[in-house]
Structures are given as structure tokens and as C-alpha cells.
Design a protein around this ligand. Sequence first.
Ligand SMILES: Cc1cc2nc3c(=O)[nH]c(=O)nc-3n(C[C@H](O)[C@H](O)[C@H](O)COP(=O)(O)OP(=O)(O)OC[C@H]3O[C@@H](n4cnc5c(N)ncnc54)[C@H](O)[C@@H]3O)c2cc1C
Length: 219
Amino acid sequence: MRKIIVDLLHYTPEFVGVNAVKKPYKNEIATVETEVKVVLPPHNHSSVAEHTVLNFNICGASRLCIQELLRHRMSELDVADMFSSATVESTRYTLNKVLKMDLDTIDIWDYFVEPLYDPKRFSSLKEYELFIMELASFNYCALENMIGQMKCNTPNDFIKYFLPEGWRVDLAFSINLRSFINFVSLRYNPKAHFEIRHLAKLMLDSIRNTYLIKFFPNI
Ligand SMILES: Cc1cc2nc3c(=O)[nH]c(=O)nc-3n(C[C@H](O)[C@H](O)[C@H](O)COP(=O)(O)OP(=O)(O)OC[C@H]3O[C@@H](n4cnc5c(N)ncnc54)[C@H](O)[C@@H]3O)c2cc1C
């Protein structure tokens, strides 16, 4: 999880949303504070926030986490991973990388997400370390199997069944502000899985120095 990187590539400038909020109320002196007030409860004029779009570049999140991200239908997402049919070029590039791996020297956590220690979930640090050792061994085993299959020229669409859920992927992720507020309320939440919660936190961190953070007054 330490190696997951989020960059906010672009976001709609504040005057676009402010322009939208002026219309229904004929409020020519509206500001972003007016927009925040109108969009958030109790007013919930949420559609105003659809004029604003956030574009993220996300590197190194697990496939497990990405399938949860995919459930947010009101967003756009292009995933680049080793066996995805999303883009042929990406598949070829990453495939070569796996074949060139030296399993004796690689850091397995460069390729798979390493869950962090949580004292609430493990009775001791030792128990967690044992879990991590077993997970690393499982991941090495999967890589060995995949490399073996590649050497036998097994098609990638079959090899992908060997791929563990922790495999890291890079993706472009775009979401409008209305949906991002919904995403944060569901995923930056103690009930959410820890990796997507961590991802939501990184996304929030990336907007901290922008006007967008005003839409999250409780964070
Ligand atoms: C803690 C947690 C546990 C979860 N566990 C599971 C699980 O066990 N199994 C599982 O399958 N999923 C699970 N989910 C996923 C969850 O059910 C949602 O699919 C996911 O959080 C996306 O939320 P959303 O639908 O609000 O987002 P979006 O898809 O982005 O939709 C945004 C909003 O648009 C509206 N909307 C979108 N599509 C429709 C539609 N077809 N009809 C009506 N309104 C629509 C809704 O108001 C929705 O809130 C879990 C989510 C969380 C946070």
C-alpha cells in the first residue's frame, strides 16, 4: 500500500461550477462557498457539482481494489495491466517485464500490494509477519507459474487465471465532483476495505491545496 501513487492530473476550474450555481438562483455574486452550500446537505442541489470533473493518475493499486473502484458507475476508468485486453500495447509491454523478472532478486512488493499492519486485525506483529511471509510466497508461486506458462506459449487470456488479486495496476480515473463526494462518503469510511480507504485518502490528499477540498468540510 505504501507504493500506491495518486496524482491529480487536472480539475475543472472553480469558475465553471460557480457559473452553474448562478443560473437557478439568478445570483450574480455567487462564489465557490455558495456552490458548496447549495451542493451539500441540507440543500442537496447535487447536480451543480456535475459540471466539475477530476482526472487522476493512479499507479500501483491492486486489482482487488480496482474492482471495487469499478463499482462506482458514475466514473470513467481505463486500466492498464498485464493481461487486460484494454490496450494491446500495455499487455505486450508488461508481459515482457514478467518474462525478464529474476525471481531471486525482485522485491515482490513492487508487483503486488502489501497490506499494512493493523493491530486491530492481528493479535500480534509476529502473526502479521507470518501472514506477509505466506502472502509473499503465494505471489512468488503465482509468478513462477505464469512465467512457466509463458515459456510454453500459453495464451495470456488463459494465464490471467493465475493472477492473484494483489497484482498492481496503473490506471487513469476520472470522476465528476458529485460522484466523488459519493465515492468519498462510501470509501473514506471505516466500513470500507482498507486499501480503497487508503486510495480515497490519497485522492483527498491530492486535492487538499485546491478549492475542491471545500466540498469536504468534515475531513
Ligand atoms: C462498505 C461497502 C461494502 C460493499 N460490499 C459490497 C458487496 O458485498 N457486494 C457488492 O456487490 N457490492 C458491495 N459494495 C459496493 C456497493 O454496493 C456499490 O456498488 C458501490 O459502493 C458504488 O456505489 P454507488 O452505486 O453509490 O456509486 P455509483 O455507481 O457511482 O452511483 C452513484 C449514484 O448514482 C445513482 N445510481 C447509479 N446507478 C443507478 C441505478 N442503476 N439505479 C438507481 N440509481 C443509480 C445512485 O444514487 C448511486 O448512489 C460495497 C460498498 C461499500 C462501501
